[in-house]
Design a protein around this ligand. Sequence first.
Ligand code: HEM
Length: 410
Amino acid sequence: DVYYVDTGMESQTQQPSVREPFLGFFRGDVHSELAGYRERRPVAPLRLPDGRTGWLLTRYDDVREALADPRLVKDGLLSPLGFRPQLPPDIYAATARNMLTVDPPDHTRLRRLLQGAFTARRIEGLTPAITAIADQLIDDLATPGPHDLIEEFALPLPITVISELLGVPAEDRGSFMESASVIVAGPSRFHELPGAMIGMIGYIRDLVATKRRQPGDDLTSALIAERDGGDRLTEDELVSTVYLLLLAGYDTTANLIGNAAWLLLDDRARWDAVRTDPGRLPQAIEEALRHESPVQLGTHRLAVEDVTYGDQVIPAGSTVLLSILAAHRDGRQYAEPGAFEPARERSPHLAFGHGIHHCLGAPLARLEARVALTTLVSRMPELRLVDGFTPRWRASALMHGLEDLLVTSS
Ligand code: HEM
């Protein structure tokens, strides 16, 4: 049951589409829904939940250009579709002051503070720790099952990794997982959004207070030292940055692991290819990033002047939404975009964004996926999907991940 909203823009279009499906309520085949936009209305007006009009871009060239377009700015909000939940001002400030939600020069300053922690070399050093986490999770999968790989493997792995990086104690991770899933869920859980954001910010403030008293060898303590020692960021920016890392590093990576595992298990020849030669996994992971991009929409932008995309003028003040998922299936950019083809000639994908906001955690996400899948194929070579498994995608305005992935090794 797709939920439609009236865009109110029919009279301005040559091909009137009377009502536009509202993103996040795609229950059917999200790719064919998006293909409809890409081929018929590549720059499409949509009514946003708060009544404003947003513009959805779905062609590769447009999405790539818009991701790096300085006329499309961030407006200090990390929330699905530019929806502004009712929040106490101090909570709002503590969610909205991180590198992903601001523009230069603040963006440059905030990103630089963390750049050193995410270099390829520093990240590669986490391999033994991530392998230990993957091994532990697979120990718990020892019974023949069926098991849900999303719940039992793809979700706990990245939350454990990012929690260890940030110094979040193990006993607190469950409540984070719940709040984070509300925050990325989109329209279906909008009414829970303020509560989840307030809860998460409250928790992070407590964590910062604890680490101030007792610093550890973690990123939260390092950011506190930058604030207290060098005054290089404000208290809101500190809390907001921890908030961003927890959110950005969790659901996205879980989706990549889940989507890639499904794509491999769905065709025995693919599974056998990576099982016999795990060296093929990095290519398979890149193709999974393209074919079933973990992020459906890049974070929204705001047009500060009139901008023209395709033959459409997007008026100043509009919210612009960029569908990475749709861009990755654009036949103008990729030959046979609907085929999963790890050996395809590589063409740059946009799964980690593009331009100054290109994902800071991309090396970490790639490493987590590589370690997770290498451990899975080597320790559970007989793993297979349960008979009759059909993928169901979670309803989310922002993300693209599976509801569950039922497997057995019996
Ligand atoms: C930004 C995707 C994992 C941290 C982004 C953006 C995308 C993205 C598309 C740009 C958003 C935009 O411009 O609107 C992904 C995907 C991941 C992943 C697909 C996993 C497969 C991670 C991880 C971390 C992380 C593991 C950190 C622990 C960040 C940060 C930014 C970002 C800090 C903001 C960068 C900036 O604004 O300069 N990510 N991400 N991400 N990501 Fe990731």
